[in-house]
Design a protein around this ligand. Structure first.
Ligand SMILES: [Zn+2]
Length: 138
């Protein structure tokens, strides 16, 4: 993986998460938190290096449930305190598309965090997680 042209304040990112991010109690989010780190260990490690915890996303969007594979599709976003030298960075990690972009981007697809600018958003798409809860996934 190439060196990211990204300047992060890991401590501020972590402090923000502890202060503002709350875990959602809906079935989609609980399933995400139970399975993400197990399914995507390298990506989880990358997020940890940025000061994040995969269990505390800014936003999770659940998509289709695949009955054959028993997997739920998701898109998620995480906020990082810092700046980006480039306009945006796109990475592929464990078959996930990771989109790193400036938080002030006008087409910001997720709700704004209560974080002061400048900040960076990390969007992860292509997430497919096994459904491990007893509840119905739909
Ligand atoms: Zn939720």
């Amino acid at each position: 993986m190439k060196k990211l042209q990204i300047n992060i304040d890991k401590e501020a990112t972590r402090a923000y998460r502890l202060k503002y991010e709350q875990q959602c109690s809906c079935a989609y989010c609980r399933n995400y938190n139970k399975t993400f780190k197990m399914k995507y260990p390298q990506t989880s490690k990358l997020l940890t290096e940025l000061g994040l915890d995969t269990d505390y996303p800014l936003e999770i969007m659940p998509f289709q449930f695949d009955h054959r594979s028993n997997e739920k599709e998701y898109l998620s976003f995480y906020p990082v305190k810092g700046t980006l030298d480039e306009h945006e960075i796109n990475l592929v990690s464990e078959e996930l598309a990771i989109h790193i972009f400036k938080g002030s981007h006008e087409k910001n697809p997720c709700p704004n965090p209560q974080m002061e600018e400048p900040y960076i958003l990390i969007g992860i798409s292509g997430i497919r997680l096994p459904w491990v809860l007893d509840e119905d996934p739909e």
